[in-house]
Write a protein that binds this ligand. Structure first.
Ligand SMILES: [Zn+2]
Ligand SMILES: [Zn+2]
Length: 349
């Protein structure tokens, strides 16, 4: 089968590889669509998580491996002991890999497993014609959701999980910093969970229409500093909740300065450089700094939002490529125009 194999820094090769075997408890899936995640882009110019020196703590795998975790597909083979799924089922899945033995796994929080791994960085992933997944990580795609739309379920689930960790956002004022796919996922999750005013801040006005169509307010931080916007729009008040979805020092600083005492900051950005945190500012207002790691069963909620028309996933896909054009039109394009795209889809099947 054809697959995108990560070999090293800016070295993703489209190769002919052996189809995976289907282990007991797992299914084999023919991939229809995959999506390029921020994680994949980080790996392209990485490695970030892909093991290159010693084998992965859970899977024992090292580079080279097939990248990608976002996808939709159709089951072609069902492994021994799998119930509830059959060949022909349209599915997507949670790429989390865990040990099933540690305290986190036993309490159901396998997304923070001690030996946590992820498809596409710790084991073969979804940028391939076929992939295997454990049946317990699968989600059936509702009849009125297309394969193309369903590939958005995974990134949307990240925002839904983060919002569950923030807690009750109903009626609260929310600011989302960074209108990429994760920022937009947080925005949609907060909005659909009943948040009050939701402001989305980013450079330029490319996402303005989209944000406004869901009842949010867009702030172009290229024309005014974010703290001025917030004070103006929230009648001199600071925000109840801030999602930091960029992952650089200035946006973390901004988050700290626009959240009210007692408010919460949910950090979603991936930091390539370790940031400095103004602990005194955080502490003097009993502000809370929260983090979120992937998701649990929230892909199901995301699919439901698409099925009942509350999220239009098609408008989040800004470009479509194939495996053959993935490197030049996908990864390189994301480096050339980082803020232009929300989600780049890869049509495989
Ligand atoms: Zn993802
Ligand atoms: Zn575990």
């Amino acid at each position: 089968m054809k697959a995108a194999v990560w070999h090293g820094y800016k070295d993703v090769r489209i190769e002919e590889v052996k189809q995976p075997e289907t282990p007991p408890g797992s299914v084999k899936i023919r991939v229809d669509y995959a999506g390029i995640c921020g994680t994949d882009r980080h790996e392209y110019v990485g490695p970030n998580f892909i093991p290159i020196k010693k084998p992965h703590r859970l899977t024992g795998r090292m580079a080279p491996l097939i990248i990608g975790h976002e996808f939709s597909g159709v089951i072609t083979e069902v492994g021994e002991g799998v119930t509830g799924y059959q060949a022909g089922d349209r599915v997507t899945a949670n790429g989390t890999l865990c040990c099933k033995e540690c305290a986190a796994c036993k309490s159901g929080r396998y997304n923070v497993c001690e030996k946590l791994g992820f498809k596409g960085v710790g084991d073969d992933g979804t940028f391939a014609e076929y992939v295997t997944f454990e049946a317990e990580r699968l989600f059936k795609i509702p009849g009125n959701v297309t394969q193309r739309q369903a590939l958005l379920a995974e990134p949307l689930a990240c925002g839904i999980h983060a919002t569950r960790l923030v807690g009750d956002v109903a009626g609260k004022s929310v600011v989302v910093i960074g209108p990429g796919i994760i920022g937009l996922a947080c925005f949609l999750a907060a909005k659909l969970a009943g948040a009050g005013r939701v402001l989305v801040a980013g450079l330029g006005t490319e996402r303005k229409k989209l944000v406004e169509s869901y009842g949010g307010e867009y702030l172009d931080t290229g024309s005014k500093p974010i703290d001025e916007y917030v004070k103006e729009l929230l009648d001199g008040q600071l925000a109840d909740v801030v999602y930091e979805c960029v992952g650089i020092q200035p946006t973390l600083d901004n988050a700290l300065h626009i959240v009210r005492p007692g408010g919460k900051i949910m950090v979603m950005g991936v930091y390539e450089k370790q940031p400095v945190i103004d602990m005194n500012l955080l502490q003097e207002g009993e502000r809370m700094l929260l983090t979120s790691q992937a998701h649990l069963d929230e892909i199901g909620v995301a699919l439901e939002y698409m099925s009942n028309g509350r999220i239009n996933a098609d408008e989040l896909i800004t470009r479509e490529v194939t495996l053959d054009t993935l490197v030049e039109d996908g990864f390189e394009e994301l480096l050339r125009n980082p803020s232009k795209h929300i989600k780049i889809a890869i049509k495989i099947g």
